[in-house]
Design a protein around this ligand. Sequence first.
Ligand code: SF4
Length: 348
Amino acid sequence: MIAKIPIFSHTQRSFVEQLFSLMGKGKLHSAQMYARFLKHGDTDVLCEPQARTLFQEMLEHIDFSLPTLSLLKEEGEIVKFLLKYKDGLESESVVIPMESGITLCISSQVGCQRGCAFCETGRMGLLRNLSAAEIVSQVFFAQFCLKKPVRNIVFMGMGEPLDNFTEVKKAVEVLMDPGGFAFGPRRITISTSGVVDKIYAFIEEMHPGIHLAVSVNAATNKIRNKIMPINKQWDMEKLKEVLLCYSAHPRRSIFAEYVLLEGVNDTFEDAENLARYLQGLRVKVNLIPYNSQSRYPFAAPSFSCQEAFAKCLRERGYQVYFRHPKGREIMAACGQLGKRYSCNFGSN
Ligand code: SF4
């Protein structure tokens, strides 16, 4: 039996080519079908009674299957949803309304091998990478099944996206394809804990408009080693080298993500060290007060301490923003994804 073509893994062009190589006809119809499904979410395409024979013949060669929804939780306008794949594993995604429109936070892996000390997903270990089709299906589900007009996509859900570079890159190509979802590069952000060799690959292979977010979280190796094991593989000096290389491109800027942990990385001296570390980079700093969870030995610093930290950076010329926890009650906030696996409840 010939394998069906998974529509979520393809750009319009490669979809049309694949289908043509199987059928030897129907280029125009397959391009239309792709656009109807991925641009407009028109799933009637699957059951049109009046579909012409060619259309029906094409449907037999295409895999349109979506994962099943296994959980959906809402807190105000924040929606967290879990999709279950054929092997029973699940990804978590979060819909977050922002001033600029709806942001969708998606997963690139089930679990994560990087083991950051403050992160729920890190406790799971890595169960497996998601395929490009599984990554894209999270966007399709939010946009067309939940009917959320997604404006921005951030790879900040479960997993280290750059540990799944090939599939993430493929998914980004599908999401940016003008024949389908047509997300502009500036509407996509990929977050990393600092996988240095893959940041070099990102510089070489990804569209320069796509944003890179880096979880810095400390300004010295001593502190970063304690909370982010990846720092023992690529220390802060190696990370700075690649970020300088990234910043050399005039269209590229970096979001430096910094989770504020009381008594760990939140002093005035830490802020000064961070300012020094970021010198020479085209960077905006996102400060994220930690989402306190009872079974972790961390807490968010006081409001005044958060403000003093931000002030120190601003006085040294940095643009600083706070990302305040959203979706805390439904375990959708930063560092909370993956709870479903670790405590049977029911992200860099
Ligand atoms: S913060 Fe990101 S890289 Fe670190 S363990 Fe969590 S998901 Fe993995």
